[in-house]
Design a protein around this ligand. Structure first.
Ligand code: GLC
Length: 463
């Protein structure tokens, strides 16, 4: 237990707006009607997603046989991505034929779901179709699918079933870019759009509840009328109105991008989002570091250490966002041990510290080199990465009285509230290597405070 030293609390009133107020509420006129949803309804629909905080991204197809980057290592043309290339499909004899020998006999959807759960993840997003165009489900719209591999099994179906059986939220990644499809980027693209909409109908009809639709962006050839976003959007919403959708279905130009297709959340990629409590966001990060991606199986890459991985999660949570951590299963269907070991360590950390992550909001202090804070009801969770060289960790004050404190992983320390702020001291022996979490309990709600900038880092004398 932390010993709490109570000094004179500064109870200055702060008439601040609630962080929970969905500040995105200011949609242009007409859009709310089109979406059929008010900001409050949107907030209710997406609440589970925000509370979840942590999900598993899986990039997998037959590119794992080559161990090179999914789709990007395909040497055929990349219509609408290579400047100067004509639109249309140009074959890559090696990549485009890999699937003919794709036979991941160790694929076990239940094992993946079990791993995600043990890792503390609350949802999963799987690449049903990446830019290379190969479909990991039994689609009737193309022969370029898992059905025509020696494996034959509907990988997506097995994964959806396993998620539903185990209570893990299920998400589908779909790339509108398709460097393999002969109609992609041809003419006004309408034939391809019909293909995409047909597949959307399939995916949202045959796989039970889809909790997340994770679109990747379009290629460079975006042009007005090249996509039919409002129609695609309406189709999706008519089939699964509850689905949470990321922001990449939005076309690049504002004209071709009705505000509704900004989707539900932002998707910073390979970077940790900064503090933002006015719109949902999720950083997608690879667990493997390697040049040119690391989304799919890359034996030439290096798995991030546990400390870095858990700090990424904490950085997202303290910034009021989610982390979608990507793994790349190998060609046999297994998530390699170096990746799963790291995931399980984070899972262990979450067993002790999860109350400071799930269902919390970021703030009231903004993240900094010291770490960051999350909060729920009357509790502020201080996540410390770096301790001051000497003296206590100092944070600004809040207009509530400190009444208790505890270290989530156990141990001893002091928490004090003085006129100048909050001071936390934890001796070396009670500090955790990666992140130490201290729960500060107050006599009243701490959700009402606006996010405050923390004390200048220099004053913390960081190591
Ligand atoms: C990029 C890459 C892609 C990856 C995605 C994940 O857009 O093209 O390979 O799937 O990021 O965010």
């Amino acid at each position: 237990m932390l010993k709490v030293l109570l000094a004179v609390a500064v109870l200055a009133s702060q008439g601040a707006p609630s962080v929970a107020a969905g500040a995105e509420g200011v949609l242009p006129k007409g859009v709310v009607a089109k979406v059929g949803e008010t900001p409050a309804q949107r907030e209710a629909r997406t609440a589970w997603w925000r509370e979840a905080r942590y999900g598993m991204f899986i990039h997998w197809d037959m590119s794992s046989m080559a161990g090179t980057e999914i789709s990007w290592s395909r040497k055929g043309s990349k219509p609408l991505d290579n400047h100067g290339d004509p639109a249309g499909y140009i074959e890559d004899p090696a990549y485009d034929n890999l699937y003919k020998n794709f036979n991941p006999t160790n694929y076990d959807a239940k094992a993946w779901v079990k791993l995600a759960k043990a890792a503390g993840m609350k949802y999963l997003v799987f690449t049903a179709k990446h830019h290379g165009g190969f479909c990991m489900w039994d689609t009737k719209f193309t022969d370029y699918s898992i059905r025509n591999t020696p494996f034959k099994r509907d990988v997506l179906k097995e994964l959806a079933d396993a998620c539903h059986a185990e209570g893990l939220r299920f998400g589908i990644y779909y790339s509108p870019r398709d460097w393999h499809h002969p109609d992609y980027g041809v003419g006004d693209n309408s034939k391809y759009v019909a293909y995409m909409d047909g597949q959307m109908r399939e995916l949202l009809t045959n796989y039970g509840t889809v909790d997340v639709l994770w679109f990747d962006s379009y290629g460079k050839g975006d042009a007005l009328n090249f996509w039919r976003i409002p129609e695609t959007w309406a189709l999706i919403k008519s089939l699964q109105p509850q689905v949470v959708i990321n922001n990449r279905l939005a076309a690049l130009s504002a004209t071709n991008n009705p505000p509704l297709s900004r989707g539900d959340y932002n998707t910073p990629e390979q970077k940790l989002g900064i503090y933002q409590d006015t719109r949902l966001w999720e950083s997608c990060m690879t667990i493997v570091d390697v040049r040119g991606g690391g989304w799919s199986y890359r034996p030439d890459g290096k798995v991030k250490p546990f400390g870095e991985t858990v700090r990424m999660l904490v950085s997202c949570a303290t910034g009021d966002g989610n982390l979608l951590l990507d793994v790349g299963p190998d060609a046999t269907g297994v998530i390699p041990a170096d990746q799963s070991d790291c995931l399980l360590k984070v899972g262990e950390w979450l067993k002790q510290n999860g109350e400071s992550v799930y269902g919390t909001r970021g703030g009231p202090f903004k993240p900094g080199a010291y770490g960051g804070t999350t909060r729920r009801d009357k509790t502020i969770y201080v996540h410390v990465f770096n301790w001051p060289e000497s003296g206590p960790l100092k944070l600004p004050n809040v207009a509530a009285k400190l009444v208790g404190a505890r270290l989530l992983a156990g141990g001893k320390g002091d928490a004090a509230q003085t006129e100048s702020g909050l001071e936390i001291s934890v001796p070396e022996i009670s500090r955790q290597k990666a992140v130490t979490v201290i729960a500060l309990e107050f006599d009243s709600d701490v959700m009402k405070f606006p996010a405050a900038v923390t004390a200048p880092l220099a004053a913390l004398e960081l190591k």
